[in-house]
Design a protein around this ligand. Structure first.
Ligand SMILES: *Cc1c(COP(=O)(O)O)cnc(C)c1O
Length: 480
């Protein structure tokens, strides 16, 4: 399998070459040259594999379609070491819970940092370790986080040979629990940088540093942001696992059941993995993109207009991991939508967005139609919706959900169809966002015992202004 850039760069690369990279040299995102197709018979084989041999075995099957430059036995071993009950809490790894008739939550948040990002990041940590050892190289990971990415990255990379993590976050904007999770890590290879600004400032700094090719090469800068293809690929697996748990086995020659997914969305990484699963042939009816008040994506799927927001128009909400002004993975979907025309993608994302701040796509009918080629639907949730949904889910189902998952549940409701299971991806546990839970339920969320008292631990963090040079200087000083 070779990988290309969404902006048409001529080079074709292999998996291990793009594993340690962020953006392609032309500023685009990497995608495979084609999506391997999975037929009904293969789906049934994989269903049995997941039932009998578990998630790691399923992950190996899917990953090996996209990774042909790691020997199969090594890759299988990496999957087995990553997706264990010890790390993710259950044999299923991503168990479904039925809230009501055919309306499910898929639990993706039982990894070390209690958010779905562990699903991909734990794999990435093991892939990085493998590849860096093979090359005899070092890597300095530079990332931006509004909370969940950073902690997932740090817990995946802590103590790993050959890797340092420099993680920027918007100062004071993460929940106390999230800050404690990250800043309490004492590992020497982990650096927390609190930036005076919002998440997008952090993201812009990371992009600017990565675009400085000399600096990037000299200081061996890599990224683990959601634009990393390996992360997205890891996320494809749980769409299959969710499907297997919610659907029935297909009698020979029969038509497979379809399922729908509702995905709390920010940078379009999670739901883009659903798009890839659907392009591979997983029978997904609808992919529901759930946004919060930062509704860039909902606006696009309703109107065909993609309009990025400025920092001033980016709202600070009670589902903060979805507070984005532009959706960094969205370009991947547009590339597919436009028949993989790299020069057109480049024109839209570089020229049009650069000059006007928005673009409009008239192909919009083909993705807004759920029975059509892409199956996307969308909706927006507000703080009041979130609180109501948390309360309602607690009252009616005795289940406590976090604010992001609540957005997914709220937005999913109008898209439920008879006979089609709806699977809402649970993206974090309530303990990470205690203030909103207390507001909704008048009680503290449950805290897994391993996290008792973490807010009181000593913190390791450096404050920096929102500038590219301050971050570069810090990296230079700590790369000796
Ligand atoms: C990162 C995150 C999201 C958004 O995921 P994207 O891949 O950026 O769309 C939603 N919920 C939680 C809890 C997250 O951590």
């Amino acid at each position: 399998m070779k990988y290309l850039s969404t902006r048409g760069h001529a080079d074709r690369k292999r998996f291990c070459e793009i594993l340690l990279e962020g953006l392609a040299p032309d500023g685009g995102l990497y995608l495979p040259e084609h999506y391997p197709q999975v037929d009904t018979a293969t789906l049934e084989v994989w269903r049995a594999l997941y039932d009998q041999h578990g998630y790691a075995a399923l992950a190996f099957e899917i990953l090996s379609l996209y990774i042909d430059d790691i020997p199969a036995e090594e890759l299988r071993d990496i999957c087995q070491r990553t997706y264990t009950k010890a790390v993710f809490g259950t044999d299923e790894i991503v168990p479904l819970r039925e809230l009501e008739n055919s309306f499910f939550l898929e639990a993706l948040s039982n990894g070390p940092t209690l958010a779905f990002k562990d699903m991909a990041m734990q794999l990435l940590g093991n892939l990085f370790e493998y590849e860096l050892a093979r090359r005899g190289e070092q890597l300095n990971i530079l990332g931006a986080t509004s909370g969940d990415t950073g902690s997932a990255a740090e817990y995946a990379m802590r103590g790993k040979q050959g890797v340092r993590v420099f993680m920027t976050s918007p100062k004071g904007r993460m929940s106390p629990f999230q800050q404690a999770q990250m800043f309490s890590l004492q590992d020497a290879n982990i650096h927390n940088l609190a930036i005076e600004g919002v998440f997008d400032d952090c993201q812009d700094i990371v992009k600017a540093v990565s675009n400085d090719l000399d600096f990037k090469r000299k200081y061996r800068i890599g990224t683990v942001n959601s634009i990393n293809w390996a992360r997205l690929l890891a996320q494809v697996v749980y769409y299959f696992a969710g499907y297997f748990q919610a659907s029935r086995a297909t009698p020979e020659g029969g038509t497979p059941d379809t399922v729908s997914f509702s995905v709390p969305s920010g940078n379009f990484g999670n739901v883009c993995a659903g798009h890839v699963a659907r392009m591979m042939g997983l029978p997904i009816q609808k992919l529901v993109v759930a946004t919060n008040e930062n509704d860039v994506l909902d606006e696009f799927f309703r109107t065909g207009i993609y309009r990025v927001r400025g920092s001033a128009d980016t709202h600070e909400t009670s589902s903060p991991s979805m507070d984005i002004s532009k959706a960094s993975n969205f370009e991947r979907f547009v590339f597919d939508l436009l028949g993989r025309d790299g020069s057109e993608v480049k024109r839209l994302f570089s020229d049009e967005l650069g000059s006007k701040g928005f673009f409009e796509l008239h192909e919009h009918a083909s993705f807004a139609d759920a029975s059509g080629k892409y199956g996307f639907a969308s909706g927006r949730s507000s703080h009041a919706d979130r609180v109501d949904t948390i309360r309602d889910t607690w009252k009616r189902h005795a289940t406590m959900i976090d604010p992001h998952t609540a957005d997914g549940v709220k937005v999913a409701r109008p898209f439920v169809e008879k006979g089609v299971p709806m699977i809402v991806l649970e993206t974090a546990l309530p303990i990470k966002f205690a203030a909103t839970i207390v507001e909704a339920l008048d009680q503290e969320p449950e805290r897994p015992p391993a996290f008792d008292g973490i807010e009181a631990l000593p913190k390791r963090v450096t404050d920096l202004p929102a500038g590219v040079s301050a971050v570069k200087d810090y990296i230079v000083r700590h790369c000796a």
